[in-house]
Write a new protein. Structure first.
Length: 220
């Protein structure tokens, strides 16, 4: 009897299918396993399967579980995908390999200061509020060119643009909009797509997808 595919294998198969449809290569897509709200015991099976790229929403939660995991799996990479308060910049720079939620001048200033102090440069995605929603973080599209210029002036490595489309609306137009903003502003990376819509995001140019539920099941 054939062994059932693991959730990780199933997600990789969906990525491959979306890549085939859009004439892309699966190796060009970085799969970020979103481990927020899941404990070390839930994360370890993915690490044991060889997965090394993980995403967390909160600095404090990541500090509670990742140092011990990183001792055992030092090649694992940690991406901060949630909103970041400026007063947590030092801690974020110390723990994370990439930040996906750079969205305002005050945070840019705090991150530059933290990176200078730590003597390291952490690549950052600029989060864009593609739906212009009041309750959501992200730089407004009209402010993006000026903010990207400010980021580039600091020397922080610009990894790309990130978005979270409005909930319960077809996401494809928002992914296409982010891809256009990236092209217009000379940016390559696109962090977009989650468990419910990552194949669509891949077909519209995502370079980084953030998948939690499809890998871990319902949040713990």
């Amino acid at each position: 009897m054939e062994k059932a595919a693991t959730p990780l294998e199933q997600v990789h198969a969906e990525i491959a299918k979306a890549c085939k449809a859009s004439r892309r290569e699966p190796e060009d897509i970085a799969l970020i396993a979103v481990s927020k709200t899941h404990d070390a015991a839930a994360i370890e099976p993915l690490l044991a399967q060889g997965h090394r790229l993980f995403g967390e929403n909160r600095v404090q939660e990541a500090q509670g579980k990742w140092p011990a995991l990183l001792e055992r799996y030092p090649d694992a990479q940690l991406h901060l995908i949630g909103q970041l308060q400026s007063n947590k910049a030092d801690e974020a720079v110390a723990l994370f390999d990439c930040i996906h939620s750079l969205d305002r001048p005050s945070l840019l200033t705090a991150l530059v200061k933290a990176m200078d102090k730590a003597g390291k440069r952490v690549p950052c995605f600029v989060q864009v509020n593609v739906g212009e929603e009041d309750q959501k973080g992200g730089c407004l599209p009209k402010d993006l060119p000026g903010f990207l210029a400010a980021v580039r002036d600091t020397g922080i490595p610009l990894a790309g643009l990130m978005c979270i489309p409005p909930f319960d609306i077809e996401p494809a137009p928002f992914f296409a909009f982010l891809a256009k903003l990236a092209a217009d502003n000379g940016v390559n990376g696109l962090s977009m797509g989650m468990s419910g819509d990552y194949p669509t995001a891949v077909m519209l140019g995502a370079t980084h997808i953030r998948v939690g539920t499809a890998l871990f099941g319902t949040r713990g």
